[in-house]
Design a protein around this ligand. Structure first.
Ligand SMILES: [Zn+2]
Ligand SMILES: [Zn+2]
Length: 241
């Protein structure tokens, strides 16, 4: 899981905030959802799976049936109020307005809603849980990598994350369910095959410039519409060791 570099919100967002618009009004504005999508490179803020394009979900007859969900890092109906951690993580000075704060809104996948046998994850599983004291908001934190991927596909909290972050990953966000671990593991194996092919072409001592290859993997991870970028980042880290 990576930090999300916040962009300037669309004018529709600013206008609704200024006129005291509700979150319900805001969530129906296509430009808001599209801007969140673009900001995150088209991947879920938590599990890093590819999201459907917002405009493909809002046609006639499909109103309200978004495959993407707008997640509030500090939850809309949190029982915690004016807590230091909530103020810090939401990025909003008045928590009663955190439901429309750009810094507090993330775009997430459907979280397993569609599949009968899929374990729930991301926003769907998190529901109203307040994780402000135990995790970091990817959009307000200065931590570049919140979690990293093990070679077996498991997601582990990065060093520097708060105590309890692993419990959030496993229990609250469900990011180590079988389907997600399998997906990441397949990505790790595909990456290994690519590297093995390079070795066949260039000789067993490839790569001679490990940092160059690691840099390339990082660039690839930064490219938008790239699923599971944390797999590439973890591979780059391992190459540099
Ligand atoms: Zn997700
Ligand atoms: Zn909170």
């Amino acid at each position: 899981m990576r930090r999300i570099a916040a962009r300037t919100p669309p004018s529709e967002h600013a206008r609704l905030r200024a006129s005291g618009g509700t979150y319900e009004e805001m969530s129906g504005v296509a430009a808001v959802r599209q801007a969140l999508y673009d900001e995150q490179g088209g991947i879920c803020a938590y599990c890093e799976q590819l999201l459907s394009l917002p405009e493909a979900e809002t046609g006639p007859g499909r109103k309200g049936r978004h495959k993407t969900k707008i997640e509030h890092f500090h939850p809309r109906h949190s029982k915690t109020s004016e807590d230091d951690a909530c103020l810090r993580e939401s990025g909003e000075a008045q928590l009663q307005h955190a439901d429309t704060a750009w810094s507090n809104m993330l775009l997430c996948c459907h979280g397993g809603l569609d599949g009968a046998n899929v374990e729930s994850h991301c926003d769907t599983r998190k529901d109203g849980a307040d994780i402000c004291a135990r995790f970091r908001n990817p959009k307000t934190t200065s931590v570049q990598r919140l979690a990293t991927v093990e070679p077996d596909g498991r997601l582990v909290a990065a060093s520097g994350m708060p105590h309890g972050a692993q419990d959030v990953i496993d229990g609250v966000l469900g990011l180590n369910n079988r389907g997600l671990v399998r997906g990441r593991h397949e990505f790790v194996r595909a990456l290994r095959r690519r590297i093995a092919q390079k070795k066949q072409t260039h000789g067993p001592r490839w790569p001679t410039h490990r940092n160059g290859v690691a840099d390339k993997l990082e660039l690839e991870a930064q490219a938008s519409r790239q699923e599971f970028p944390s797999v590439l980042l973890a591979a780059a880290d391992r190459l540099r060791r």
